[in-house]
Design a protein around this ligand. Structure first.
Ligand code: TXA
Ligand code: MG
Length: 338
């Protein structure tokens, strides 16, 4: 398929155009508060198939279904625990996905054959309008080519999807920058399958929180994982990324003695003035790092980096989400320096 991909604004008229494409079984790039998504009518199997084609996504990786309101959840899921509603009241609309038993109206292709569905109520205005104007539940994975860093601007989506989809809505840079926190429920307990902006500490007010071990550990070959997306190498720029786990002084010493052609540092902002090799910094606080991570990983592709040494983020708060994505970008390659 070779289309002219139209860059739409976030005006109501333009979002209505996008909503018409969705209602007619097409797919469009949609901004959300986390990352851009590739949106289609979640109940239209042919439309959802187009998402998998455009991304080159493995068929066994389920899509998140985006709804407008908490009161819509029971139309698409059942056996919803009370605690799910309590959590939804607190965090939705927002960067949270809840895995729940799915109703039959969600086709198998959307849930990748699972009997559950990930439900999310985004807070981004343009996403909310697209859902309302189209009158559809919207299936949307991140709008990157499968395996590439998630897109956090409309230009990132254009770079990956130009010619493959009819339109992208430009909603500016995504404020969160990493994908939603994905949780499931196990007899009163909350399992975090993917860390994001909604934190374990916050969720623990509602019940015991289990942090799935695949958040920080690679799955063994063929091992069953509860969230299929966790088993893929992900978020990878073309360069080889290595995480350097150490304090500022050790990190700077390491990069300054490992320079070479195509070698770049990915330091914290405060380390950058001391780096004597080319560097693209990614912020100082975890929140800044989350917002910048994917843009910086994409930059390394643009500048033709061959080797990137990224300073390990703090592995707490939103830092856990940053670390989880960076680990996959690095194929779990970490050097600890003490
Ligand atoms: O912030 C987000 O969640 C973004 C925006 C566009 O909403 N979407 C997103 O979708 O990140 P995607 O497809 O790139 O990642 C969805 C993750 C995958 O790891 C997938 O395996 C997991 O959620 N997931 C989806 N449905 C699931 C289910 N029923 N059970 C377990 N994991 C599920
Ligand atoms: Mg994704």
């Amino acid at each position: 398929m070779d289309l002219e991909t139209e860059l739409l604004t976030s005006s109501d008229d333009d979002i209505k155009k996008a909503a018409e494409i969705i209602a007619a079984g097409g797919i469009v790039g949609m901004p959300t508060e986390t990352v851009y998504g590739l949106a289609a009518d979640a109940e239209n199997a042919d439309a959802v198939r187009k998402i998998f084609m455009a991304k080159g996504r493995p068929q066994d990786n389920p899509l998140i279904v985006h709804l407008a309101d908490i009161s819509d959840i029971s139309d698409y899921a059942y056996d919803i625990p009370d605690i799910a509603y309590k959590i939804a009241e607190r965090f939705c609309p927002g960067p949270l996905t809840m895995v729940l038993p799915k109703r039959d109206r969600i086709p198998d292709i959307t849930s990748a054959g699972l009997d559950t569905v990930g439900i999310r109520i985004p807070s981004h205005k343009a996403a909310r309008k697209l859902i309302k104007f189209s009158g559809k539940a919207i299936a949307a994975p991140s709008a990157n080519l499968s395996g590439s860093p998630s897109p956090t601007t409309a230009i990132h989506v254009m770079n990956d999807m130009n010619g493959k989809i009819p339109a992208v809505i430009d909603g500016g840079s995504c404020p969160v920058g990493v994908e939603s926190t994905v949780i499931s429920f196990e007899s009163g307990k909350i399992r975090i399958l993917r860390p994001g902006f909604v934190l374990a500490e916050e969720l623990s007010e509602f019940g015991e929180v289990i942090i799935d071990r695949h958040i920080t550990e690679a799955a063994d070959n063929g091992e069953k994982v509860l969230s299929p997306g966790m088993k893929y190498k992900h978020y990878s720029p073309k360069a080889n990324v290595t995480i350097i786990d150490g304090d500022s002084e050790h990190y700077i010493e390491f990069v300054n003695s490992h320079g070479g052609e195509g070698v770049f540092a990915m330091p914290f902002d405060s380390d950058e003035p001391f780096c004597r090799i080319p560097a693209v910094p990614y912020g100082d606080t975890c929140e800044e790092q989350a917002a910048k991570l994917f843009d910086v990983l994409r930059k390394f592709d643009e500048i033709g980096a061959k080797q990137v040494y990224a300073r390990c983020p703090a592995v707490s708060g939103v830092g856990l989400a940053v670390y989880n994505r960076l680990l996959r970008a690095a194929g779990f390659e970490i050097i600890k320096i003490t």
